[in-house]
Design a protein around this ligand. Structure first.
Ligand code: RIB
Length: 342
């Protein structure tokens, strides 16, 4: 394997000159730099990144842990973090925990051994015990999307409760009163907080939300399909459904259509996330959009500040969501008189 000494010999310079050209740590005469770069490409020299990182105590690499990279929401967040990370000179190692805490812990071991400069994590559940190992190792870390309330770390979250509240108010504003909710996994804090906001809006308007009107889903398309079958059976007269993520909302629409029901003519459906597929679906999904660009950018900003030595107290951001009105919601087939609407 070609070494830095081979490059120095080929270019007729010292090893330290080659190092200064590679790391930009000192001015080198342009003609000398040109000879060094010619030798590097002629010998196909690749600096030893581990050795370089030991000298510079930086690998210019960030670890990103997500629960399900097949979910378009996480795929979009990961892509944005990768693009913005590159803008700041960082490579990103994407790890998919598949929602399994044991796999999360395994990946944390890998990232610690690779001495990544910092970690962005969207944990599988709301008890990210692996953070203990990360903090003990002194690795900069930012929690993204899924809160880790009791941990003294930076967190970039979304105001999920207000998002759920807005979804309920939107449906009630159309005249719906028999509304159901397809919730996500209990361990996922965002879904739990969306349901809290959703329930609060109904309570304020004096609208019931019986237990049979809340289905425990899994954030997957099929979770929406199973939910519709249960809700149509257990909650007759249902006119609208709030799914706490778009994948379940799209699954629900598909199941309703297969059951011979029209969306929104017979039943309205609203989601949460605003994944790219939602705008292309038929009918296009009305949803609560997550600020994915801001989520990625703010997470990286805080992490890079930590990597650069910031000792500020932990920051907790709560980014706003936005209602995106499309085609999947309408007034119920039998509308209440306007005076009775909340
Ligand atoms: O669709 C996946 C869900 O889990 C999103 O709503 C996101 O908030 C994540 O927590």
């Amino acid at each position: 394997m070609t070494t830095i000494r081979d490059v120095a010999k080929q270019a007729g310079v010292s090893v330290s000159t080659v190092s200064h050209v590679l790391n930009g740590t000192r001015f080198v005469e342009p003609s000398t730099e040109a000879r060094v770069r010619t030798a590097i490409s002629a010998l196909n020299y690749r600096p030893n990144s581990i050795a370089r990182s030991l000298r510079r105590r930086s690998t210019s690499t960030i670890g990103l842990l997500v629960p399900d990279n097949s979910n378009p929401f996480f795929a979009e967040v990961a892509r944005l973090i990768e693009d913005i990370g590159f803008e700041h000179g960082y490579n990103v190692i994407l790890c998919n925990s598949d929602g399994l805490p044991a796999r999360e812990a395994a990946y944390i071991d890998v990232l610690l051994s690779k001495q990544v400069d910092g970690l962005l994590t969207i944990s599988a559940g709301n008890h990210p015990d692996f953070l203990d190992a990360v903090l003990k190792a002194g690795m900069p870390v930012v929690v993204v999307d899924r809160a880790a309330d009791e941990w003294p770390v930076d967190q970039v979250l979304v105001d999920n409760e207000t998002g759920g509240y807005v979804a309920a108010r939107y449906l009630m504003g159309l005249g719906h009163q028999r509304i159901a909710c397809i919730a996500g996994p209990r361990a996922a804090t965002p879904s739990a907080r969306r349901l809290v906001g959703f329930r609060r809006a109904l309570d304020e308007a004096g609208i019931a939300l019986p237990d049979v009107a809340v289905f425990g889903g899994d954030f997957h398309y099929n979770g929406g399909v199973l939910a519709v079958k249960a809700l149509l059976d257990q909650y007759p007269g249902l006119t609208a459904v709030f799914a706490t993520n778009d994948r379940m909302a799209l699954g629900a629409i598909s199941a309703l259509q297969r059951a011979g029901l029209r969306v929104p003519a017979d039943l309205s459906v609203i989601g949460f996330d605003n994944i790219p597929q939602s705008a292309a679906f038929f009918p296009a999904l009305t949803t609560i959009a997550q600020p994915v660009e801001a989520l990625a950018r703010e997470s990286l900003r805080l992490l890079i500040e930590r990597i650069n030595g910031s000792a500020a107290a932990p920051t907790r951001l709560n980014l706003e969501t936005q209602l995106i009105e499309r085609e999947s919601c309408a007034a119920p087939a039998v509308a209440l008189p306007a005076r009775e609407r909340p």
